[in-house]
Design a protein around this ligand. Structure first.
Ligand code: G1P
Length: 305
């Protein structure tokens, strides 16, 4: 691999949000720890990073997020209690999360937005491309999106976002990309970005979903990015600046922005309705729980709906 495209090894997971949509569950428990079936949502995200070859994971946390650190650490008391009982199956489940990756933590003192959270990762990431995974989006491991984004970054350089087509009335919930095609059918060049546009202003129906592979030049831009939508420093605005720099000078520092168009299975755990749907879908597909649960669900829908 050329020096221009060093192998990506670091993942950044912003996890400082207050989770107010899930109160009171999130009063004393981070929203990232809410179970999706029987695993905390955040563990799916770390597993996805590891499956894409990123075993150095930095979580950007805040106050009240200690349970995240504990979850990815050893728990000797619990481990020895399970070992003494001879419960190897549960012992393996406890050890799984602490053996996954090399975990690092940094605190985002002030919650000044996603762009600011990513900027908190600058000292850890240094001068190499890196991935960002947002915890509200779960991507089915059978549809490996992040691997594809890393491949695309290695070919095209610059930064890569994950895009998904959504209904026009949904676009105001996402960052939206103006795009043009490339020679690869699942890859587009991003020519502009706008954070949570009104449907009338949206340049397309391509929404950014929570996966990014970023050129480290993004940090310089984020340092100069003024608060935008919601008075927060927006990652989308910094990426928009990269697209503008690139269109002004093709070899501008930071390179182009491309999008991988994702058509696979994505589960949203960001609000209560989506969270419930994610749990039902994932539970139905589980080999151990699925058959019983699906039978019950069919009966429930037939009798109660
Ligand atoms: C963030 C980003 C937005 C992106 C979304 C994906 O918004 O700012 O551009 O489309 O994640 O989930 P949030 O959902 O955190 O408000």
């Amino acid at each position: 691999m050329s020096q221009k495209h060093p192998r990506i090894s670091k993942a950044v997971i912003p996890a400082a949000g207050l989770g107010t949509r899930f109160l009171p569950a999130t009063k004393a428990t981070p929203k990232e720890m809410l179970p999706v079936v029987d695993k905390p949502a955040i563990q799916y995200v770390v597993e996805e990073a590891v499956a894409a070859g990123l075993d150095d994971v930095l979580m950007v946390t805040g106050r009240n997020k200690r349970p995240l650190e504990d979850h990815f650490d050893r728990n000797y008391e619990l481990e020895s209690a399970l070992a003494n009982k001879g419960d190897a199956e549960r012992l393996a489940k406890v050890q799984e999360s602490s053996d996954l990756a090399t975990m690092h933590y940094v605190r985002q003192g002030d919650p000044k937005g996603l762009g600011h959270a990513v900027l908190c990762a600058a000292p850890h990431v240094g001068d190499e491309p890196f991935a960002v995974l947002l915890g509200d989006d779960l991507i089915d491991p059978r549809d490996p999106l992040l691997q594809r984004m890393i491949e695309v970054q290695e070919v095209y350089g610059g930064s890569v976002v994950a895009l998904m087509e959504v209904e026009p009335e949904q676009i105001h919930l996402y960052g939206c990309a103006a795009v043009k095609p490339t020679a690869d059918s699942d890859v587009v060049q991003v020519t502009g970005l706008i954070e949570k546009p009104d449907p009338a202003e949206a340049p397309s129906s391509y929404a950014i979903i929570g996966r990014y592979v970023l050129d480290p030049h993004i940090f310089d831009i984020l340092r100069r990015t003024e608060p935008g939508r919601g008075n927060e420093i927006q990652l989308t605005d910094a990426l928009q600046q990269l697209t503008q720099n690139h269109s002004a000078t093709a070899d501008a520092a930071g390179g182009p922005v491309h999008g991988v168009v994702f058509k696979g299975r994505r589960y949203d755990t960001g609000d209560r309705g989506d969270y419930l749907r994610a749990i039902v879908r994932l539970a139905c597909e589980r080999e151990d729980l699925g058959p019983d649960f699906r039978n019950w669900l069919k009966r429930y829908v037939a009798e109660e709906m």
